[in-house]
Design a protein around this ligand. Structure first.
Ligand SMILES: Cc1cc2nc3c(=O)[nH]c(=O)nc-3n(C[C@H](O)[C@H](O)[C@H](O)COP(=O)(O)O)c2cc1C
Length: 245
C-alpha cells in the first residue's frame, strides 16, 4: 500500500527477525515516524537483520566498504594554479561519469559560530573563484552576510577524489545574479522572489586536492595563498612530505 506520495506505508519494520521485512530502499511508517530502510546487511547476507550487526551500529558501519573508486594517485603533472588543477579534476570527474560532479557541500558559520552545511551546485569557476548561488533570504544568505566566509567540499566517489576549498565569500554584482537566475528553468525561477537569487564567489585561500590510494598512502596536495597573491604548493603521500616534480 502506498500513501499519496507513492511511499510504501503498509509494511511495518520487523525487529523480531522472523517476519517479513520491507524491501531495501522503502519508506516505512513506524509509530507514526518515517524511516528510510537502506538495508546493506540484508543485501550482503540473506539472514534476517536481527542476526547481523544492527543497522547504524559501529560494527555495521565499519563493515561498509570505503574508497572503492578507481584510485590513481599521481605525483606529477600538477598545475601551479589551483583553479587550473580543479578544472582538470572536474573534467576528469565529468569524463568518468561521476554523478553530479558539480555538486558540493557548502559550509558556512552561524552567528553562534556553529558550522552549517548544505549541497549546492557549482555555477562557475574562474580566476575570480568558485561561484555558487542560492536565496539571500535563506540560512546560507544570512550566514554569509554575517560572516562572509565558506568552505566547499567536493567528493567524487568513483575516482576516490575530494577537493576542499576555503576562503572569503564575495557577493557578485546584482546583474550577474540575475543572469544566473535567468539561465535556470522556469520552474526554478518561479520559486524565487524578485532580487532574492544571489551569486556568491568563494575566493580561495586554501585548496586541498585529496586522492585516495590503493596502498592507503593517500595523496594530499595543498595550495595556500601567499601574502603577494601567489600560491605555495605542498604535497604529501601518507605521512610523508613529497616534493612535486
Ligand atoms: C544536489 C543538490 C543541489 C542543490 N543545489 C542548490 C543550489 O544550487 N542552490 C540552492 O539554493 N540550493 C540548492 N540545493 C538545496 C540546498 O542543499 C539547501 O537545501 C538550500 O540551499 C537551503 O539551504 P539553507 O537553509 O542552508 O540556506 C541543492 C540540493 C541538492 C541535494
Amino acid at each position: 500500500m502506498c500513501d499519496e506520495a507513492g511511499v510504501v506505508t503498509a509494511r511495518p519494520m520487523d525487529h523480531s527477525g522472523h517476519g517479513e521485512l520491507p524491501p531495501a530502499g522503502a519508506w516505512v511508517s513506524r509509530k507514526g515516524e518515517r524511516a528510510y530502510v537502506y538495508d546493506l546487511v540484508r543485501e550482503a547476507d540473506p539472514e534476517p537483520l536481527s542476526n547481523g550487526p544492527v543497522t547504524g551500529s559501529s560494527a555495521h558501519l565499519r563493515a561498509l566498504p570505503t574508497l572503492t573508486g578507481v584510485r590513481d594517485a599521481q605525483m606529477f603533472g600538477w598545475s601551479d594554479d589551483p583553479v587550473q588543477q580543479f578544472r582538470r579534476w572536474l573534467d576528469g570527474a565529468i569524463e568518468a561519469d561521476a554523478p553530479e560532479p558539480h555538486a558540493a557541500v557548502v559550509s558556512t558559520i552561524d552567528d553562534r559560530g556553529i558550522p552549517d552545511g548544505r549541497v549546492l551546485i557549482l555555477r562557475e569557476i574562474d580566476g575570480r573563484g568558485w561561484a555558487v548561488a542560492g536565496k539571500a533570504s535563506s540560512r546560507i544568505g544570512s550566514q554569509i552576510r554575517a560572516r562572509p566566509a565558506a568552505a566547499l567540499t567536493f567528493w567524487w566517489q568513483s575516482l576516490a577524489r575530494s577537493v576542499r576549498v576555503r576562503g572569503v565569500v564575495v557577493e557578485a554584482p546584482r546583474e550577474e545574479s540575475d543572469v544566473d537566475l535567468a539561465a535556470r528553468s522556469p520552474q526554478a525561477r518561479a520559486d524565487v522572489a524578485p532580487g532574492d537569487w544571489t551569486l556568491w564567489r568563494l575566493e580561495a585561500e586554501r585548496v586541498e586536492f585529496w586522492q585516495g590510494s590503493t596502498d592507503r598512502r593517500h595523496v594530499r596536495v595543498v595550495y595556500s595563498r601567499d601574502a603577494d597573491g601567489g600560491w605555495t604548493v605542498s604535497a604529501s603521500r601518507g605521512a610523508e612530505a613529497v616534493t612535486l616534480p
